[in-house]
Design a protein around this ligand. Sequence first.
Ligand code: ATP
Ligand code: MG
Length: 165
Amino acid sequence: LEYAPVHLKELFDSIFEMLQPAATKKSIVMLQNIPEHLFIEGDEDRLKQIFMNLLSNAISYTLEGGKVRVDVEVLGEAEEEEKVRVTVSDTGIGIPKKDLPRIFERFYRVDKARSRSSGGTGLGLSIVKHLSELHRGTLRVESKVGEGSSFILELPFMQQHEDEH
Ligand code: ATP
Ligand code: MG
């Protein structure tokens, strides 16, 4: 990985620009609540891949007229390492409880008939999980069928570099 400071607001602006046509087609509104001037250390291309996957899922698995949003907040108590929490949430179809433990597996798709129309391969979330781990992040999901889903990724501000003696 190639670590450099990544400006989160700019990263999401460029992702939103790329996904806007897909959202507009389904009359889905995309919202963002991201602090200005917030940088984290990471591999920009990989971070982009993480959030492109989460946001394109959010659009794919949300019906016409729904909402997709990104919220970024800074976490960190006195002794803890400072982190950012990025939440990608939607008002979509949701994920059944029995499928939640498996959605990060390679090729796993909920209800193949239902998701066939979106034409995916079931790899997106396994890649997201892998790339999150490379950034020492933790990823979890909360979802309710018929209400929507939230994917919550917590990332440390700084990555760990090899010692340069
Ligand atoms: P692709 O490889 O093109 O991303 P995919 O979207 O089917 O294909 P994943 O992104 O790994 O694969 O997602 C796995 C499955 O989890 C999806 O098929 C879908 O059933 C479910 N899923 C993922 N994100 C959401 C979401 N935001 N709302 C509802 N279901 C979701
Ligand atoms: Mg996907």
